[in-house]
Design a protein. Structure first.
Length: 647
């Protein structure tokens, strides 16, 4: 912890050169136990894709005549999609590009940003790519619960067509319950996730084994020539089927996004030893069943078992899809929290649902917005098959952005040879762009939804980011230098009163507006004054020993910098404790006041953003969560001073 550093300034502390997240005990645990825990969280999305993926591949709408060669061709594409996209790209390459152990699109964006000068065109391009990829993830977070639960409940139709009318209401009921329980936290339910998902993978693997025993010839589909011949023979229709094959990969991004919770090795072990074998056995089993019973294409997953096992399988599938949905919902909470701290989303209420796990949070606004959109999607699309096109576009876009950002990290951070990076990334992009192009053919069939949703989110996030950037720029241009102002003030100091005043500031080198208003209206200066700046660095976690930097300006006036990672939540109580531990300064909370500036933003003709975007930013600013709530400042010790700011 740095104390009394006379040289510390805003510019000198913008980014850490090297700072490590604190070691967590679970990182030191046995990899096998972590692997089983990861199976319950990480692989739910990709693990439930057998419910709908091959059914969509052989949909009559694609116009592919059924044949043995078509079955071999599709299964071959599935196998090589797993091998290239998941195993090679994500598990072996992309997961190495982690931000101090943390994965996900925003963590990767923060890592890539270190390679570009601040405020440069390159940094703006990286930011826009990362933000758009994150926005498309929200489409995934909406479509995953809808398509997964809907496809599981559709298993009832295998028993009797009379049950079809119950599919929609049961699906909506399950989804509503799922979102209602979010506020209670997932700590207790989470303990059941691992065993249920392990049972799920065992069951779907055995289902596949039961089918391939009767027709082991299906294994010749590992030959990539079957996939190549299929695409050449069926041309456009084969290309459309490629978009459906991509559905087997949905959830691959989660392997990367959730690696911060479990680590690289347990996820790799879980994928190669349990998940991938079980999934491939099930897909090959479905293919083997098609060779003998082509009529089972209508709902191949549930038709793999005798009718007496359908109800138990529907129940297990529903539990698995709820787990998959839970993982993506939690991912939306985590990503939104990261986006708030990185400055792309307005402050909003964040509740911690576990005293032991800092990553378990609940965000009411995000939760209810997701529920409304998920139910609306189920009502609008009605069947899981209708959601397939929308699902593919949402995931492929995020994957392409991940590839783009990973290329920057490989070249600039890892210093790989340019030719090697070009070859590796070129191969991955070729596959990604082929899947994207195949899915773009289905824009009118539902693919428009994630694009529309992603575009709206992108507009909101970039408007907030650019609006805050304009505010910071104006504050620096019109601000008063703190050091010279304090020196001038202390030559003829105002009346000093007992107690401690903490003024939150946006910049450690300039006088906060709240301090000026207090002097202007109250004409007093507290016995001790702290100017506190809370900064968010582009790392997931910051050690407590490196969190606080304090400078003594003399005369009982101090400047404090508190640093947090983008996976942490600033806490005023913790900051006060760390200041006390690092110095001989003590706080009496009943004699301490916290001063905040509550600005009113007004759009003007001053150059900045378009007027309509400035008005949008003003609306977002006025409806953002209160700083005092976000920083956990005691309400009875808070003083807010208003100011009018033009942009």
């Amino acid at each position: 912890m740095s104390v009394s550093n006379p040289e510390f300034s805003e510019s000198s502390l913008l980014r850490p050169v090297e700072i490590s997240r604190e070691d967590h005990s679970h990182k030191k645990g046995a990899s096998v136990s972590l692997m089983f825990a990861a199976i319950g969280v990480v692989f739910g999305d990709i693990g439930t894709s057998p419910l709908y993926a091959l059914k969509e591949c052989f949909s009559p709408e694609h116009g592919i005549p059924f044949s043995t060669d078509a079955v071999y061709g599709v299964i071959s594409m599935v196998f090589w999609a797993f091998a290239i996209v998941v195993s090679l790209k994500y598990v072996l390459f992309v997961m190495r590009a982690n931000n101090h152990g943390e994965g996900g699109i925003l963590a990767l964006m923060a890592l890539a940003l270190r390679t570009a000068p601040a405020n440069s065109k390159r940094s703006l391009l990286i930011i826009m790519a990362g933000v758009f990829g994150a926005c498309m993830f929200y489409g995934d977070a909406i479509i995953t619960p809808a398509i997964s639960v809907l496809s599981a409940v559709e298993g009832l139709e295998v028993i009797s067509s009379d049950l079809t009318r119950f599919v929609m209401p049961i699906t909506i009921l399950i989804l509503v319950i799922l979102f209602l329980i979010q506020k209670t936290g997932t700590d207790v339910v989470g303990k059941l996730f691992g065993p249920i998902m392990i049972l799920w993978f065992i069951v779907i693997g055995l289902m596949g084994v039961n089918q391939v025993i009767h027709n082991p010839a299906i294994f010749i589909a590992v030959n990539p020539m079957f996939a190549i011949r299929f695409l050449i023979q069926h041309s456009l229709q084969g290309f459309i089927v490629l978009g459906a094959v991509f559905l087997v990969l949905t959830g691959a991004e989660a392997l990367y996004a959730d690696m911060g919770h479990f680590g690289l090795k347990p996820i790799r072990m879980g994928w190669f030893f349990i998940v991938m074998p079980a999934l491939l056995l099930n897909y090959f089993g479905q293919g083997a069943m098609f060779l003998d019973h082509p009529e089972n294409i209508t709902n191949p997953f549930f038709l793999m078992v005798p009718e007496g096992f359908v109800i138990p399988l529907v129940i297990l599938a529903t539990l698995a899809t709820v787990i998959a949905s839970q993982a993506v919902i939690s991912g939306a909470f985590s990503m939104t929290s990261q986006a708030i701290l990185l400055g792309f989303v307005p402050r909003m209420k964040v509740r911690h649902t576990s005293d032991r796990e800092i990553g378990q949070i609940y965000m009411p606004l995000v939760n209810w917005a997701l529920l409304i959109l998920v139910v609306a999607v189920v009502l609008a699309f009605k069947e899981s098959a209708n959601l397939a096109a929308a699902y593919g576009i949402a995931v492929t876009t995020t994957m392409i952005v991940t590839t783009f950002l990973a290329a920057i990290v490989m070249r600039v951070v890892w210093r790989w040879n340019t030719i090697l990076v070009t070859l590796v990334i070129g191969a991955f992009l070729t596959v990604d762009l082929a899947f994207l192009a195949a899915n773009l053919l289905k824009i009118m069939e539902g693919g428009w939804f994630p694009l529309l949703l992603g575009s709206v989110c992108f507009l909101l996030l970039m408007t907030w980011y650019q609006g805050r950037k304009i505010l910071r720029h104006n504050a620096m241009n019109n601000g008063i230098a703190l050091k010279s102002f304090i020196e001038a003030l202390m030559t003829h100091p105002p009346h000093r009163v007992e107690g401690t005043a903490v003024f939150l500031t946006a910049h450690v080198d300039y006088v906060p507006v709240s301090f000026l208003h207090n002097l202007k209206h109250n004409h007093v200066l507290h016995e001790r004054v702290f100017f506190l700046k809370v900064s968010i660095w582009d790392v997931p976690y910051v050690k407590d020993s490196e969190r606080i930097t304090l400078r003594d300006l003399g005369n009982g006036i101090y400047v404090v910098r508190a640093v947090y990672g983008f996976n942490e939540t600033p806490d005023m109580g913790q900051i006060i404790e760390l200041i006390e531990k690092s110095s001989d300064l003590k706080f009496d909370m009943m004699n301490t006041s916290f001063f905040l500036s509550r600005d009113t933003i007004v759009s003007t003709e001053i150059p900045g953003m378009a007027i309509w975007r400035e008005k949008l930013f003003c609306w977002m600013y006025q409806n953002a969560g209160r700083q005092s709530d976000f920083f956990k400042i005691p309400a009875n010790r808070l003083v807010e001073l208003g100011a009018k700011v033009e942009i």
